[in-house]
Every structure is written in structure tokens, then in C-alpha cells.
Design a protein around this ligand. Structure first.
Ligand SMILES: Nc1nc2c(ncn2[C@@H]2O[C@H](COP(=O)(O)OP(=O)(O)OP(=O)(O)O)[C@@H](O)[C@H]2O)c(=O)[nH]1
Ligand SMILES: [Mg+2]
Length: 336
């Protein structure tokens, strides 16, 4: 199954209606003046972010979007009808780029934001507008302005505050399920998670925050190994990363190997992502031998704070949430 986080579409705003050339014809008024009405405005193409949408999946089936043209002007100074706008709904977190140049046109970081991506053409003026003392019977009118045609690339980057990273099978999805109402698939084999999951964590203090669980990373992911690193884009916008380590899978000969693999893959994807603050969390502390292994590992981290939890029994999980909230608070404090 593919997670639809990219799409190529074309949009076309409506053409303005033509202005009309017409002269009044009424009984007893032999030479009526010009009365051609203006053309209507072409419809705009509007992009709108809405929380109802979570992926770019609908764009798999529909890729061409056209707003309606304005109607032509008519006699008796009747203005043509404006073309209807076309509203395209997208999930929050979508970036809109010019498909040719890759230039960023709009970044939808919030829901319920609307943006006119292609403006409809103006309607042409009818001949009654061109009447003057020297030109009483203009036999011309303006054509409508054509609409705009654009090729767009839509790119979804989920909006989450916290990203869960780690090797496959370390318990990322179990943890997401334990702290939010999300119900990701959990199983005792690598690559259970194939697409990102989001969960909202409600805390006793402060705002709820959003956690993204992404597929596990393995060595060489940035060169395409395993599921690759394409899902890392969904944690690019997070403030902090929770680096989850399965204590029962730590190599006692080389305890930091897995941790370093993950950081190497992050760096291979983007230095900016590698520099994000990480909270280190040891999971599966309920398993036998975990305490001893944790001791060995902690010694390697040389005093760096490490939180021990069991996502399964929830032991230590509240403490971890509290640390996350502290970090997020600090982050928001720094931002101002
Ligand atoms: N004993 C124990 N088992 C756990 C704990 N957390 C997760 N597991 C088990 O570890 C296995 C993998 O858990 P997942 O949550 O699917 O791991 P993941 O990191 O999301 O894995 P991928 O999606 O494949 O990367 C499952 O069998 C879980 O039940 C824990 O704290 N203790
Ligand atoms: Mg998973």
C-alpha cells in the first residue's frame, strides 16, 4: 500500500467572457446607441486546506482541475455571468510548488486556509463602455482575459510536534498506541508500519501535542534499503524527536551501534533533521535482562539523560510524556 504524499496536477482558471457589441433597437428610436454588456469574470481556482483530508489520495484519480469560464456579455447592457470558482481541498501540511521550476508557491501549515492559485480572467468590456462624444457607435468590444494554466506539484509533509524514530520493531507503534487514541498496526516483525501514523496526546498540563510514528529505519535507508527514507519528510516539521531503542535488541558488544545507525540515516537525509533535539528512550524494560543492558548502554551515553519505559505495561510512559512537554514548552518559549 502506498501512502499518497505527492501529486502532480494541472489547474486552469476560467476565461473572462467576451464583451458584447450591440446597439439598441427599439421602435421609434432609429439609431439607438451601443448597449453591449461586459463579459463575466472567469472563475478562480482556490486551494483550501481542511482537516477532513489526510492524504493526497484523491489526486490519484483526478488530476485536471478547471474553473468555469465567464459568460459573454449581451445586448441591453447585460453583463455575462461570472464563472464559478473551483475549490480544491487538500490536507493541512501540503506544500504547493510549480511543477516546472519547483518554486514554492504556498505552504499550507494550518487547516482552513484558502489561497487563490489561479485567478480567473477579467471579463471584456462591452461596446457601451467605449462610447464617447467623438465615437458614438463603437463597433468593437474587448475580448475576455484568458484564465491561467498552471502545473503544480503537491507535496504533503505531515504536521506533528514530535517524531518517533528508531530501528524496526523497537515498539514505536506500540508507544503511539499507548499514549494516544491512534490504533496503528503492531506486530513482532520488522516493517509492520508501512505508512506514517499520527496520534494526538492529551496531557494534564498544557496543549495536546501530535506524535508521528513512521516506518522503522535500517542501515542504508538513505540509499533505499528497507522502506528507505522517504517518510522522513513527515518528521521534518517536528520540534523534537523521540529516539526509541529496544533494550532487548541492544548488541552488548557494541551498544551504540543501533543508535548511531539511526542518526547516520537522519544525517544522510538532511543535516537539519539530524540536528533536531532528541529524547532518548529505552523501551521494553519489562523484559528479563533489560536492567543490566540499560546499565551498559547508559554508561556509553555518559551522563546524557535516558528515559526507561515499557510501552507494553506503560511503566515510565507518563514520565516520558512529561519530559516531552517540558521540551515542547521550552521550544515554544524560545520561539518568541
Ligand atoms: N515486552 C515488550 N514488548 C514490546 C514493547 N513495546 C513493543 N513491544 C513489542 O514489540 C513488537 C514490535 O512493536 P511495534 O510497535 O510494531 O514496533 P515498531 O517500532 O512500530 O516496528 P516497525 O513498524 O516495524 O518499525 C510487538 O510485538 C510489540 O508487542 C514493550 O515495552 N515490551
Ligand atoms: Mg510500527
Amino acid at each position: 500500500m502506498k501512502f499518497f504524499d505527492e501529486a502532480l496536477i494541472t489547474v486552469q482558471s476560467g476565461d473572462g467572457g467576451r464583451g458584447c457589441v450591440s446597439f439598441r433597437r427599439e421602435k421609434f428610436i432609429p439609431r439607438g446607441g451601443p448597449d453591449g454588456g461586459d463579459g463575466g469574470r472567469g472563475g478562480d481556482v482556490i486551494l483550501k486546506s481542511t482537516s477532513q483530508r489526510r492524504t493526497l489520495y484523491p489526486f490519484r484519480f483526478k488530476r485536471e482541475f478547471r474553473a468555469k469560464n465567464g459568460s459573454h456579455g449581451r445586448g441591453r447592457q447585460k453583463t455575462g455571468k461570472n464563472g464559478e470558482d473551483l475549490i480544491i481541498e487538500i490536507p493541512p501540511g501540503t506544500l504547493i510548488k510549480d511543477a516546472g521550476t519547483n518554486a514554492l508557491l504556498k505552504d499550507f501549515t494550518q487547516p482552513d486556509d484558502a489561497f487563490v492559485i489561479a485567478k480567473g480572467g477579467r471579463g471584456g468590456q462591452g461596446n457601451h463602455r467605449f462610447k464617447s462624444s467623438t465615437h458614438r457607435a463603437p463597433r468593437f468590444a474587448q475580448p475576455g482575459e484568458p484564465g491561467q494554466f498552471l502545473k503544480l506539484k503537491l507535496e504533503l509533509k505531515l504536521i506533528a510536534d514530535v517524531g518517533l524514530i528508531g530501528l524496526p520493531n523497537v515498539g514505536k507503534s506500540t508507544l503511539l498506541g499507548a499514549i494516544s487514541s491512534a490504533t496503528p498496526k503492531i506486530a513482532d516483525y520488522p516493517f509492520t508500519t508501512l505508512t506514517p501514523n499520527l496520534g494526538v496526546v492529551h496531557t494534564e498540563r498544557g496543549e495536546p501535542f501530535v506524535v508521528a510514528d513512521i516506518p522503522g529505519l535500517i542501515e542504508g535507508a538513505h540509499n533505499g534499503a528497507g522502506l528507505g527514507i522517504r517518510f522522513l519528510r513527515h518528521i521534518e516539521r517536528t520540534h523534537i524527536l523521540v529516539h526509541l531503542i529496544d533494550i532487548s535488541a541492544v548488541d552488548t558488544q557494541n551498544p551504540l551501534a543501533g543508535y548511531e545507525t539511526i542518526n547516520g540515516e537522519l544525517a544522510g537525509y538532511s543535516p537539519k533533521l539530524a540536528e533536531k533535539p532528541q529524547i532518548l528512550v529505552l523501551n521494553k524494560m519489562d523484559l528479563p535482562g533489560a536492567k543490566q543492558a540499560a546499565k551498559t548502554l547508559k554508561a556509553k551515553f555518559k551522563g546524557r539523560e535516558v528515559i526507561s519505559i515499557s510501552a507494553l505495561t506503560r511503566k515510565g510512559v507518563d514520565k516520558m510524556i512529561s519530559k516531552i512537554v517540558d521540551r515542547l514548552d521550552r521550544f515554544h518559549g524560545n520561539e518568541q
